[in-house]
Design a protein around this ligand. Structure first.
Ligand SMILES: [Zn+2]
Length: 387
């Protein structure tokens, strides 16, 4: 955390204004990229999509003329100078929500988990608003207001209006963003809550970690979705429906899926499918049933052949689907995340075996991300990036 006294208002910076002076679009792109995380000039070029010469010139202006950025140590990473304003991210799940918050100029995050299902409507709004208020007060020492809020939800979102898009799954729930705005406005002023799909937003968070230019992210949890990033471009697709990797067909004779097709990947590898498979095998073998996906994973880690077998079959299905997905975008890196990622990593060879069958995917790097707050962090970044 910086010791410097806050000098700039984060919300005004995001409105492209510093001390009453209007900045240009390149300045704003650079400021947003640094707000996401400090970085070298090369990092900022990757994240902003600006030319190297523009980065060199405008970073110098933002340091010397506007005192918005600083270099620590000199010649290395670019940081935001101290600002007043907190960025908030919500990773909304069907049963629980993770809220993260940090000062816009600081990478140190605070988090809180809300164990209220979204189906509880008003209770969810009350509990989540309480968590946001506590974290903002803690992050800002009572002085800083909310600069941005982003929300990651487990359904497709139309990027034009933030509403549920496509064929909504049964757990989808519209209006969480406007409900939050109404509750937070009296104390914090009117803040627009930006909404995006959790898998797409997690790709943003993972790109910062892995510094990869061309990346595919696959989330395996209660549902199965993916996000593609090329440079600074997150591919959202028509109506925000890009990245439906869970609906790649992996068995033409498989069960009917809610999407209208048969044998979709999601039906085999989502959390409930893994549990169903494990319970079926444990019953047949007269073994105790796993109590949760975490329990299933723990048992596989300890060498339980039945639980490991469940994860291996799922990993092979995922490998088949990823091999198909890579034919389109040829990513240099695939990140597998979501609540099943820890278990799938135990069976990583089974996924890799399917990937190496094809010429195009034999050299694609696959890594596993077990950070449970990644969707919330992706949502925080959505607020800062403003798209
Ligand atoms: Zn489907």
């Amino acid at each position: 955390m910086s010791d410097a006294r806050p000098t700039h208002d984060a919300l005004m910076l995001l409105k492209n204004s510093v001390d009453g002076v209007k900045l240009n679009e390149s300045h704003l792109k650079i400021i947003r990229a640094v707000m996401c995380a400090p970085g070298t000039r090369a990092d900022l070029r990757n994240r902003s999509g600006l030319a190297a010469s523009t980065i060199t010139t405008e970073v110098r202006n933002l340091i010397r003329r506007y005192n918005v950025l600083e270099e620590r140590p000199p010649g290395r990473r670019i940081h935001l100078t101290a600002t007043n304003g907190v960025a908030v991210g919500l990773g909304v799940g069907v049963h629980r929500t993770i809220v993260v918050a940090r000062q816009v100029h600081d990478v140190e995050r605070r988090d809180e988990t809300v164990d209220t299902p979204i189906a509880d409507g008003q209770h969810w709004l009350r509990d989540t608003t309480g968590a946001v208020r506590r974290l903002v007060a803690a992050a800002g020492g009572g002085r800083a207001g909310i600069a941005t809020i982003g929300m990651a939800v487990p359904w497709a979102v139309n990027p034009r209006d933030g509403r549920v898009s496509g064929s909504p799954p049964p757990w989808s729930c519209d209006g969480l963003d406007t409900g939050l705005t109404e509750r937070l406005t009296p104390a914090h002023g009117k803040i627009k809550v930006l909404v995006g799909n959790d898998a797409l937003l997690t790709a943003n968070a993972e790109q910062l970690v892995h510094r990869s230019e061309n990346m595919l992210f696959l989330q395996v949890s209660g549902h199965v979705l993916g996000g593609t990033l090329v440079g600074d471009r997150l591919l959202q697709g028509h109506l925000g429906l890009a990245g439906q990797l869970g609906h790649l067909p992996v068995d033409p004779h498989g069960e009917a899926c809610w999407c209208g097709r048969h044998g979709c990947l999601e039906g085999f590898v989502k959390s409930s499918a893994l549990m169903r498979d494990a319970i079926g095998w444990c019953d047949a073998e007269q073994l105790p049933r796993p109590r949760s996906l975490g329990d299933l994973t723990d048992r596989a880690e300890e060498g339980d052949a039945v639980c490991l077998g469940v994860l291996r079959r799922a990993a092979a299905r995922i490998g088949q689907a990823l091999a198909m997905a890579c034919l389109v975008g040829a990513p240099e890196l695939i990140v597998i995340g979501g609540e099943a990622a820890r278990g799938l990593e135990l069976a990583r060879d089974w996924c890799a075996r399917e990937m190496t069958r094809g010429e195009w995917t034999a050299k694609t790097k696959v890594v596993y991300s077990t950070a449970s707050d990644a969707p919330a962090n992706g949502a925080l970044l959505l607020g800062l990036l403003g798209t």
